[in-house]
Design a protein around this ligand. Structure first.
Ligand code: ZN
Length: 298
């Protein structure tokens, strides 16, 4: 499942062809994804200028001149493909954001196609159909059931050690589980939770409340963890961004973020922390695999 950096990479891939452009025509090739598409889906989008492409947690948003927001989620297997109309006989196609568990995209799974006034077509492909497209008035966006519980953006200025320790202070769960709780921090998934804990040298098994003092103030662990979360996400976005640029130049495969993983999917391999002789271990927490170094993560 794509995590925040992948979704942000997709956002950055869609923005240049969608922002400021008008949606001329929408092909909805089936009536539903995870949920039915909104009533009058194509009609509410066609003719609308896209005023901005944004992201909230793992959701993509397209703000429309009508005041509506097209809210999109990639689900398990969704991806976008951008095709530019051939100019002088040259066509090109690119897929912003390549995910760890990427799978080939067959045309049969092209479910929604946006024809833009820029000449680009933006195609949503989703073999497993866990993706989502909804239309929500902008004024109702923050209170929408999918949005109202979502915690702070990890890369936002508001997200700091005080906020994280306050959110974890009364939690009885493990620290790893707290990081996956979307009300604590938005958009962090299994991969980057593992990676952030390794960078901060904190055990995924420690209690979430141990990053707060008795009064709820942040301790050094909270500070290290927030720094690690921001760093790991920024690095991954940077890797995605560079893979986007490479792709445009070479028309080849996009880079895979897992090249940068320090613990995720590296069970039994040596820990990369300088001076550490530990081996990456895999355990299961709340039904999800956790990868960590039992030697340097305490
Ligand atoms: Zn280690």
């Amino acid at each position: 499942m794509p995590e925040l950096p992948e979704v942000e990479t997709v956002r950055r891939g869609l923005a240049p062809v969608m922002e400021g452009a008008r949606i001329m025509r929408v092909e909805a090739r089936r009536p539903d994804l995870r949920q039915p598409l909104p009533r009058d889906f194509a009609k509410r989008l066609e003719g609308q200028t896209v005023t901005g492409i944004g992201r909230r947690a793992k959701y993509l948003t397209a703000d429309l001149a009508s005041g509506d927001v097209l809210l999109m989620h990639l689900g398990m297997s969704g991806s976008f493909r951008v095709s530019h109309k051939p100019h002088a006989g040259e066509g090109r196609e690119e897929a912003p954001g390549k995910f760890h568990h990427a799978r080939p995209a067959a045309d049969a799974h092209d479910h929604v196609v946006f024809h833009m006034s820029s000449g680009a077509t933006v195609t949503f492909n989703d073999p497993r159909r866990f993706g989502l497209m909804l239309i929500v008035p902008r004024r109702d966006f923050a209170s929408h059931p999918l949005m109202r519980e979502v915690g702070p953006e990890p890369l936002g200025n508001a997200f700091d050690a005080s906020l994280l320790s306050a959110a974890c202070r009364n939690k009885k769960t493990s620290l790893k589980a707290a990081l996956l709780d979307q009300t604590v921090v938005a958009g962090l998934g299994n991969i980057y939770a593992c990676e952030a804990l390794h960078r901060a040298q904190l055990s995924p098994k420690r209690g979430a409340s141990t990053i707060a003092t008795r009064t709820g103030a942040p301790n050094a662990k909270a500070v290290a963890l927030v720094d690690a979360i921001k760093a790991v996400l920024n690095d991954a976005i940077k890797a995605g961004g560079s893979s986007l640029r490479d792709h445009r130049q070479t028309d080849g495969e996009l880079g895979y973020f897992q090249h940068h993983f320090r613990v995720y999917d590296r069970e039994g391999e040596p820990c990369v922390t300088p001076g550490c002789r530990g081996k990456v271990k895999r355990i299961v927490q709340n039904g999800r695999s956790t990868f960590f170094c039992p030697v340097c993560q305490k």
